[in-house]
Ligand binder design. Structure first.
Ligand code: DC
Length: 224
């Protein structure tokens, strides 16, 4: 059976990989996996149910049993039949996600769920370990980066647009701390796959970053 093609896009939060991945998936007419949303959903469910963020067996069970639904067009996410709304994208949930993501049992529980997104005609998968662990046989792998300052600036701007004032220094510190946790964890640490193409989005618009990625699409198998 012919394997379904996959493009992986890994990198730290705020690098722009989500926006770029969604844009590529749209251009190609492929499915899109936001794997960070799965870790965020586990974290959110744990916070709501009062499960401690270091209770690995309980969190792994939660990850396996979570009733999750994504709507590709509207970008909406449902947890146990209820729309989760903006709380999924808060710093609180992002930080909790980074903690539960360090637990091997949770990562293992989410493996099959993530691989189930690989359906014809193809998948663009966004995360930290898409090219290294989840889809090591991907057809094309990108690793997207940007400086901490640039990522903090983007986050402050995003929050401002939602009417939330944020402190640049505090956000930059949180980003650096989360990076460190994601990079230094023993399981599936954040690092580029050996065969990944590096894209630095510092000082580049979305359009410019996409333009840097597009020529590499020529590497995809001819039928895709
Ligand atoms: O991309 P994001 O900010 O939504 O991810 C939230 C957290 O989940 C982040 O701290 C790292 C973790 N994560 C991970 O460990 N592996 C993935 N494939 C995706 C996200």
């Amino acid at each position: 059976m012919k394997k379904v093609p996959v493009i992986t896009i890994d990198g730290p939060s705020g690098s722009g990989k989500g926006t770029l991945g969604r844009a590529l998936a749209k251009e190609l007419g492929w499915h899109f996996l936001d794997s960070g949303a799965l870790y965020r959903l586990v974290a959110l469910a744990a916070l709501e149910r009062g499960i401690p963020l270091d209770d690995e067996p309980a969190l792994a069970r939660l990850a396996r049993e979570l009733d999750v639904r994504f709507d590709v067009d509207s970008d909406a996410v449902w947890l146990d039949g209820r729309p989760v709304g903006d709380r999924l994208r808060t710093e609180e949930v992002g930080n909790a996600a980074s903690k539960v993501a360090a637990l091997p049992g949770v990562r293992e529980a989410l493996l099959d769920r993530q691989r189930a997104f690989r359906r014809p005609p193809g998948l663009v998968a966004d995360g930290r370990d898409m090219g290294t662990v989840v889809f090591p046989d991907a057809d094309l792998k990108f690793f997207v980066t940007a400086s901490v300052e640039e990522r903090a600036r983007r986050r402050v701007e995003q929050l401002r647009q939602k009417g939330i004032e944020a402190d640049f220094e505090a956000i930059a510190r949180e980003i650096a701390e989360r990076d460190r946790r994601d990079r230094e964890r023993p399981v599936a640490p954040l690092r580029p796959a050996e065969d990944a193409i590096l894209i630095d989005t510092t000082g580049r618009s979305i359009g410019e970053s996409l333009a840097a990625m597009r020529p590499h699409l020529a590497q995809l198998p001819a039928s895709t």
